[in-house]
Design a protein around this ligand. Structure first.
Ligand SMILES: Nc1nc2c(c(=O)[nH]1)N[C@H]1C(S)=C(S)[C@@H](COP(=O)(O)OP(=O)(O)OC[C@H]3O[C@@H](n4cnc5c(=O)[nH]c(N)nc54)[C@H](O)[C@@H]3O)O[C@H]1N2
Ligand SMILES: Nc1nc2c(c(=O)[nH]1)N[C@H]1C(S)=C(S)[C@@H](COP(=O)(O)OP(=O)(O)OC[C@H]3O[C@@H](n4cnc5c(=O)[nH]c(N)nc54)[C@H](O)[C@@H]3O)O[C@H]1N2
Ligand code: SF4
Ligand SMILES: [Mo]
Length: 692
């Protein structure tokens, strides 16, 4: 007999916004989804990706069973096995490898999903490996490092609700974080001054009062120039600077090189516009800076560029005040998002430690794995023999085939994913992850609220949630961990402990429960606690970076170095700046290309050209073009876009029909953060002539 339809309360997990979904379920099947009607701001709505959730869950590429490789690596030939066999295979291989090569020879890697990361770190620790790492080697952590090098604490997100001025330093929330749109719109209604720094006109920048449409990757020169204007026009906060800033005199002297006329040459902006932006930001306090996890730091000079931006907050006295950038909650880093703060083992050298030492001193609590492929292929800093991946996909990394090749040489490689991705095909063993509709997960919301994202349907096939799989691995290897050791229910209670709540309470209250407030809502905390930097002050000259001046050429000041000079690329041969990966509403990295509703919106990879460049190349809208960089080439369809700057080519990444990451060199990395220069490499463009 057909049962009646139930509504289950689930959090979408296609991106990290975690929008509340009402899932309509009948007979264990997901019938439809809509944004929770009882959630303010959602009211039935979901973005295109969330609305297509059924195509995510019931996708033909879903991995449904544990499967062991039977064909050649990469052939995609697998044979179904039981969970017992899978766990035994993992335990045998990982314990053998640990015995022979040491615990550091196994790398534990997490892709974009954030919720299971603390558990993976625990698994790595229990095994004894310092090599816990994530895709955050390309996302967020460089901004977090920049922040820590100045302020010592975790990044302070803007208090836009109380700001008079909001400086949106590269963020296109209408595409990348749509749940913030109502709040952003309310800024306009309140008459807040909005300044946007973005090389393109976007929905977000169009709502700004001032748009600084700079050349990508020149953010540091702009920020230093704003600093110069603020000091010259005596608009800075003398009291804060005198009392709390270390290195102000060096900074003051350095910014003299970036008078607006000079910065205008570097950034392609008008000098008066730079002055205007500096004045609006400095004169209309409280002023908040809104950051992004990626575009400013996806350059080989990106970490220092963001440091230059972040110095403006202290310079104008907007640090830790209401309406500025207050030092209060907000998920501090992906790893602290959940309770049970746990530290990475650091007794053994981790991958990335020699090349990117500041990453480890401004502790990112994970290893820097941008060079994972080289680490494997060159046995550096020691042999890497196994990878335990949860959502590892080469598509997001520069020169994806290089990582594929490296994965193919491993002694043992297991990947857990929802889908049989390209990198899953290289594995010896693939494990089926449950989607958000198939698992219970504790969700930590704003203001100390906790929710349960409830399991709406039984897992498809033999799928299990990622943390259950980690628990299975831990037990199979007879390892111990206090949070994971007693099963998944206990794990949920364990991570809830600091909030004083239990999983039972969350089950009884689908509307959410308020937990104990751990960090009180105080401002100007530095008056009591100082700053957790080596000098105890806000460091305009970072002592941590200075440590590596001789060995690595780092500078304590937020020095601007121009990537056009640093790159070593012949810019006569490759005359265009290549900016890859600005978000599109319907795509989420490599994942949503699998969903027909979304993939059908764009049949081919699009290469966005400014009309002036298209005219010079003799290319018309819709024609095929070949884009070539020193690293590789790809073909796509030309789209003429006047919202960007002439001389800059934009391509989205992750498209299986044409991968922008094939164009980015694996060695084109920020020497401080290790982040790839996804947003300012170089290319040439040619029209593809049919039959030629
Ligand atoms: N060219 C270029 N490249 C970029 C960027 C760019 O701007 N330009 N951006 C970079 C940034 S900021 C980021 S964050 C990275 C993202 O890089 P990735 O994390 O690699 O991105 P995804 O493709 O979203 O996810 C990786 C895998 O996780 C799987 N997955 C999804 N949900 C789950 C789950 O619940 N469990 C498990 N086990 N697996 C799951 C997906 O199916 C997918 O195969 O890309 C980076 N790469
Ligand atoms: N739909 C969708 N949403 C996503 C994602 C996705 O793949 N799809 N990915 C998620 C992830 S992992 C991340 S990190 C966030 C990123 O979130 P956002 O930072 O908001 O996303 P982007 O569109 O990459 O970049 C924002 C703006 O930065 C501009 N930009 C590019 N280069 C530069 C530069 O050199 N300087 C400056 N100042 N601006 C620049 C772009 O033109 C763009 O308009 O989005 C998240 N949300
Ligand atoms: S913004 Fe879209 S994809 Fe992200 S959680 Fe919300 S509905 Fe899901
Ligand atoms: Mo990201």
């Amino acid at each position: 007999m057909t049962k009646k339809t139930e509504i289950k309360k689930v959090r979408c997990n296609i991106c990290s916004a975690g929008c509340p979904i009402d899932a309509y379920v009948q007979d264990g099947k997901l019938l439809s989804v809509e944004g929770s009607r009882d959630w303010p701001g959602q009211q039935g709505g979901l973005c295109s990706k969330g609305a297509a959730s059924r195509q995510y869950v019931y996708n033909k590429d879903r991995i449904l069973y544990p499967m062991k490789r039977v064909g050649e690596r990469g052939s995609g030939e697998f044979e179904r096995i039981s969970w017992e066999e899978a766990y035994a295979m993992i335990a045998n291989n990982l314990l053998r490898i640990r015995e022979k090569y040491g615990s550091q020879s196994t790398v534990f890697y997490a892709g974009y999903p954030k919720w299971y990361r603390p558990a993976l770190l625990r698994l790595a620790n229990a095994y004894g490996s310092p090599n816990y790492c994530t895709e955050s080697s390309t996302c967020f952590q460089s901004a977090a490092m920049a922040w820590r090098s100045i302020y010592g604490n975790n990044i302070c997100f803007p208090d836009m609700m109380h700001a008079k001025t909001v400086l949106v330093w590269s963020n296109n929330l209408y595409y990348s974080n749509i749940s913030m749109a109502p709040m952003y719109q309310s800024l306009k209604e309140r008459g807040v001054n909005i300044i946007s720094v973005d090389p393109r006109e976007t929905v977000t920048s169009q709502a700004a009062d001032l748009h600084l449409k700079l050349i990508p990757g020149t953010d540091g020169a702009l920020a230093l120039s704003m600093g110069q204007v603020i000091i010259e026009e005596n608009l800075y906060d003398h009291e804060f600077v005198e009392k709390y800033v270390y290195g102000f005199e060096e900074y003051r002297a350095y910014v003299q090189q970036f008078k607006p006329e000079k910065a205008a040459e570097i950034t392609g902006l008008d000098a008066d516009l730079i002055r205007q932006a500096a004045r609006i930001y400095a004169k209309n306090s409280p002023a908040a800076v809104m950051f992004s996890a990626s575009p400013v730091v996806h350059h080989i000079n990106g970490m220092q560029n963001y440091r230059a931006v972040m110095c403006l907050i202290a310079l104008t006295g907007n640090y830790d005040i209401p309406g500025g950038n207050p030092s209060r909650p907000g998920p501090a880093s992906p790893c602290n998002e959940y309770m049970g703060n746990v530290k990475r083992l650091n007794a053994i050298e981790a991958i990335g430690e020699k090349e990117f030492p500041a990453w480890f001193d401004l502790p990112c609590e994970e290893a820097q794995c941008s060079r994972l492929a080289d680490n494997i292929l060159e046995a550096q800093p020691y042999p890497i023999k196994a990878v335990v991946g949860f959502g590892l996909n080469c598509r997001m990394w520069p020169e994806p085939e290089h990582l594929q090749k490296a994965l193919g040489t491993l002694d043992f490689y297991v990947n857990t994913d929802l889908f049989l991705s390209d990198s899953s095909k290289m594995a010896d063993l693939v494990l089926p992850a449950a989607s958000t509709f198939e698992r219970d997960v504790v969700v930590n919301g704003r203001g100390g609220m906790f929710f349960l994202s409830e399991q709406a349907i039984p897992p498809l096939g033999d799928a299990k949630n990622d943390v259950e799989i980690m628990i299975g691995m831990l037990n199979a290897m007879h390892l111990t961990d206090e949070a994971l050791g007693q099963g998944y229910e206990h794990y949920m209670d364990y991570i809830l402990q600091p909030s004083g709540l239990t999983i039972q309470e969350l089950r009884e209250h689908p509307e959410g429960v308020k937990g104990k407030v751990i960090i009180p809502p105080e401002f100007k905390t530095y008056e009591k606690n100082g700053f957790a930097t080596p000098s105890g002050k806000v460091e305009f000259v970072s002592q941590v970076l200075e440590r590596y001046r001789d060995s690595h050429g780092y500078s304590g000041l937020p020095e601007y170095r121009d990537y056009r000079q640093m790159s070593g690329v012949d810019q006569i041969e490759y005359p265009y700046i290549l900016n890859t990966g600005s978000r599109k509403p319907q795509f989420f990295h490599s994942r949503t290309y699998r969903m027909p509703w979304l993939a059908n919106l764009e049949q081919a990879p699009l290469v966005e050209l400014h009309p002036e460049d298209a005219a010079a190349l003799g290319v018309e809208e819709g024609e095929q073009v070949k884009v070539t960089s020193p690293a590789g080439s790809m073909c796509g369809t030309a789209v003429l876009c006047s919202n960007g700057r002439p001389g800059v080519i934009h391509i989205y990444h992750g498209n299986p029909k044409g991968e922008a990451n094939d164009l980015i060199s694996k060695d084109y990395l920020d020497p401080i953060s290790g982040f790839p220069g996804y947003k300012s490499y170089f290319c040439k463009v040619e029209k593809v002539v049919a039959g030629a």
